[in-house]
Design a protein around this ligand. Structure first.
Ligand SMILES: [Zn+2]
Length: 271
């Protein structure tokens, strides 16, 4: 059975969904051409509108498209860069307004190489700011296939991460290995991948002497780093918050019990 939602799109009935787990959508910036995860009000699946678009010359041969997107909840506007023209437009003479809309069935995230602000949903904002911004920049460069820039940002992100963690060890490999011991609940293989990155030094950044990494190596490295950062900075805080919620519920239950007992005792005393 097909149902029609507010946007007029045909959507499958929930019960028909073979894979009901849609949690990967929470980690995106744009979910589809109607809803996104707003980086300002941190609301997930909120409606947005593309309010303006411009084209400029990135270089003699390359064009760049700029999109301005407004959250329909908090009304704040974010800016997004793409090397492709991915919006259509309609001019409505009665309101004298041009409406922009992202083309249907498009993975909008993979078409944007940079967004301001970056999203809390794509790289969690509990990860320290410097590392988070370098990581986002590396991912943006990778989307544009700027491998030198992506490699430099990825290296700096790892360097900042080890610095922020005050790691011990005489060289890069030892420092990463010290983290493997410090965080035994994380998958040790993740640290092994990071430890064996070619040409990585932790003491100084000699950008000229760096070989650029290929796209596959960069993707593996960034995904590994993101997982390690999530394990270290996000997961413990989420666990703590969950424990606090449980603790609060237990306290409320104890309080209810006490109240019930005292009410019963009063009733018994009265009778
Ligand atoms: Zn918002």
């Amino acid at each position: 059975m097909k149902v029609v939602d507010k946007t007029g799109k045909n959507k499958k009935n929930q019960s028909e969904e073979s894979n009901p787990d849609q949690s990967h959508l929470d980690k995106k910036y744009f979910i589809d051409e109607y809803v996104y995860n707003c980086p300002f009000c941190n609301r997930g699946h909120v409606q947005y509108r593309c309010v303006a678009q411009f084209k400029f010359n990135w270089s003699k041969r390359k064009n760049c498209y700029v999109y301005f997107v407004k959250c329909l909840s908090c009304e704040k506007i974010s800016m997004h860069l793409s090397k492709k023209n991915i919006v259509g437009r309609i001019y409505r003479p009665n309101t004298r307004t041009t409406y922009y809309f992202f083309k249907e069935r498009l993975d909008i995230d993979s078409n944007m190489f940079s967004s301001v602000p970056t999203s809390f949903f794509t790289v969690d904002n509990r990860i320290p700011e410097v590392t988070r911004e370098l990581l986002t920049e590396a991912e943006g460069c990778l989307k544009m296939n700027y491998l030198t820039g992506a490699s430099a940002c990825a290296r700096k992100a790892i360097y900042e991460f080890t610095r922020e963690q005050c790691t011990e060890g005489k060289d890069y490999e030892e420092k990463i290995k010290s983290l493997k011991k410090r965080y035994p609940s994380s998958d040790p293989e993740l640290f092994d991948i990071l430890a064996h990155i070619q040409g990585m030094t932790s003491d100084k950044i000699h950008e000229q002497s760096w070989p650029k990494w290929d796209s596959a190596r960069l993707k593996l490295m960034l995904e590994t780093l993101k997982t390690v950062l999530y394990d270290i900075y996000v997961l413990p805080k989420e666990k703590k918050a969950r424990s606090l919620r449980i603790q609060k519920l237990k306290e409320e239950m104890e309080l209810d019990k006490k109240q019930e007992t005292s009410e019963r005792e009063t009733e018994e005393a009265e009778s």
